[in-house]
Write a protein that binds this ligand. Structure first.
Ligand code: PBE
Length: 267
């Protein structure tokens, strides 16, 4: 009923996403570290499940707390806000990095150089994600590459065409990474590479690069979201640095909710 506190209405539950997501690990740590969240639960589900719950809550003007991230269309579809995170357990603004397996640079110096040079902006990624919603990431990426050939030429500068050399890229299932990975696939294909793109969970992605099963990935969110996976594998992977900066994760609520901080959730 309407006399219940926000926390009671929420049933002391945060609506999460896939168990394997980096943000799920951070959210568990957050529930553990904030004293006011003792007794709260992170309910894991899927990205699609979380978005359905968010949509239903907003439809009914009910409270909901989800694990969210930027860039994501949820912020243009709904009026949302990040809850302040005074303990910083969800991390600050971060970046997406490109990583490669040991030995890849020596064996494929040109492909390595293209991956190493690749860097784009949040607005570029958002444009690809938006177009992909109405078609597919393959189509949206091909179109983006066509429309931004000058920028692509910078990434390709000084590299040679090849004849079907194979490159294995691993990605995660989220739109942010699908956008950068399919754009890179399209760029490498322009240069004659044959690119295989596979979506896997972040933990397996880092392992695949560390044990040499895959060549490269454009998906690690660092320094926080994928820190645990990175720490485990960092001696067996090469970090080529940021391919995009300005991402973020956190506890996200509809703007109509009368709380501003994770600390406003009640014991
Ligand atoms: N995300 C989107 C992913 C990385 C990209 C924040 C949901 C994760 O948590 O692993």
């Amino acid at each position: 009923g309407s006399n219940e506190s926000i926390s009671e209405q929420l049933n002391y539950t945060i609506t999460g996403i896939e168990p394997g997501a980096g943000v799920t690990g951070l959210a568990h740590q957050t529930v553990d570290e904030y004293e006011n969240l003792a007794g709260w639960e992170l309910e894991e589900s899927s990205t699609g499940g979380m978005l359905t719950m968010l949509d239903q809550a907003i439809e009914n003007e009910e409270p909901i707390v989800v694990t969210g991230w930027t860039p994501h269309w949820m912020f243009s579809e709904y009026d949302l806000k990040y809850l302040e995170d005074p303990k910083g357990t969800m991390g600050e603004v971060e970046s997406i990095h490109t990583i490669a397996r040991l030995g890849f640079e020596e064996e494929n110096p040109d492909a390595y150089q293209i991956l190493d040079t690749f860097h784009w902006e949040v607005a570029d990624m958002e444009a690809v994600m938006l177009e992909a919603q109405g078609s597919s990431f393959e189509e949206a990426s091909t179109n983006w590459v066509e429309a931004n050939q000058e920028q692509v030429d910078v990434w390709l500068e000084g590299t040679e065409q090849v004849d079907g050399e194979e490159i294995e890229i691993v990605s995660t299932q989220w739109g942010t990474e699908k956008a950068s990975s399919t754009v890179m696939k399209s760029v490498l294909e322009q240069q004659g590479y044959e690119v295989t793109l596979t979506d896997i969970d972040p933990a397996f992605l880092f392992e695949a690069i560390a044990n040499g099963e895959a060549d490269a990935s454009l998906s690690p969110w660092l320094p926080t979201t994928h820190a645990s996976f990175y720490e485990k594998n960092k001696d067996e992977i090469v970090d080529l640095g940021e391919n995009l900066t300005g991402t973020r994760t956190g506890f996200v609520v509809p703007a109509y909710m009368d709380i501003d901080s994770i600390e406003d959730l009640e014991l």
